[in-house]
Design a binder for this molecule. Structure first.
Ligand code: ADP
Ligand code: FBP
Length: 307
């Protein structure tokens, strides 16, 4: 089974505004809402690609009820721990460019955390655990490290997509897969990374820590995938970006789906990038036909490693 954990889910509120002006009333042309949070998005994209998962994490209040209802309507199994406060609302503004204001998590107590850890005690060989998104301020930033170590001891695969301290701390616990974007990779090493070649030494360092797959996305400028044997580069397909929220989560979902389908590493990489682009080119999320069609536009080549 695939389990996704979203410690900090969100109701994503998308607003389209021609131009945002501060200090005055702005009116939107179009708005909509959707369940959000990285693990939840991974579950939703997996479903669209034909894979079932169970969505775990913390939800509360009317926003939490909304997320649970929508996700369950999509036939995704959920087992959320209920917390007292309201799940946050994240604002996604599409104007001349895209901007985001992500809200604050409700308080999560030690009891809530214990409940989640009990749920994860079922993990076994062949299972996949996805730990994705930010860590609420009331939870120690070592949490991903703790959950990852425990899952790896149980021989489950662990897929991580996070940033900041939580991401830094999980690197030593040998997750199976991580997906930083190039800014997040730079943040991990306190450097600026602008193009794929510049990422190579850092990807190699992460692989050296025992991480099996390091996938670094560069938005529309391609992606690289490092393993202990090789570093691959994939171009991204060309198209009109309609919404890049959830594109990174879609890359993670695409890679997991391909992994479950036991395709070659190159095809898994292509499938992951195509899933990210298919979401970026849609108002909502990727669908499988679109992903398969975009795969034809992606070529993989090997990059030279640093000595
Ligand atoms: N302009 C674009 N053109 C094509 N694909 C894109 C574009 N922007 C994002 N994507 C897709 O979304 C993926 C993730 O984007 P990126 O911005 O690197 O990560 P994140 O969403 O995690 O910040 C990319 O690997 C690619 O598949
Ligand atoms: O937990 P964080 O880092 O605040 O991120 C949450 C946000 O990320 C998203 O999961 C989208 O992530 P990506 O655009 O990176 O795929 C939104 O649905 C959500 O609002």
């Amino acid at each position: 089974m695939i389990y996704t954990v979203t410690l900090n889910p969100a109701l994503d509120y998308f607003v389209e505004v021609e131009r945002v002006n501060f200090g005055v009333v702005n009116r939107s042309n179009y708005d909509y809402k959707a369940p959000g949070g990285k693990g939840i998005n991974v579950s939703r994209v997996l479903k669209r690609l034909g894979h079932q998962s169970e969505a775990l994490g913390f939800i509360g209040g009317f926003t939490g009820d909304y997320i649970k209802t929508v996700v369950e309507k999509e036939d995704i199994k959920t087992n959320f721990v209920q917390v007292a406060g309201d799940t946050r609302i994240n604002i996604k503004i599409k104007s001349e460019s895209e901007s985001e204001i992500n809200g604050v998590s409700p308080d999560i107590t030690d009891e809530h955390l214990e409940q989640l850890q009990k749920q994860l005690a079922v993990l076994n060989e062949g299972d996949a655990l996805v730990l994705a998104g930010s860590v609420p301020a009331t939870i120690p930033s070592e949490i991903y490290e703790v959950l990852c170590k425990s899952a790896r001891t149980r021989k489950a695969d662990v897929f991580i997509d996070s940033s900041g301290e939580a991401m830094k701390k999980v690197l030593e616990s040998q997750p199976t897969f991580i997906k930083p974007n190039h800014h997040e990779l730079g943040e991990l090493f306190s450097v600026e990374i602008n193009e794929p070649k510049e990422a190579i030494p850092y990807v190699q360092e992460l692989i050296g820590k025992g991480i099996q797959y390091v996938l670094v996305s560069f938005a529309g400028d391609g992606a690289i995938l490092g393993t202990k044997d090789q570093i691959l580069f994939a171009n991204t397909p060309k198209g009109e970006v309609k919404n890049s929220v959830g594109a990174g989560d879609s890359v993670v979902a695409g890679f997991i789906a391909a992994n479950q389908e036991k395709v070659s590493l190159e095809d898994a990489f292509k499938f992951a990038v195509a899933t990210g682009s298919a979401t970026a080119f849609s108002k909502g999320f990727a669908d499988r036909d679109q992903v398969e069609s975009l795969m034809k536009e992606i070529n993989i080549r090997e990059l030279e490693r640093d000595e």
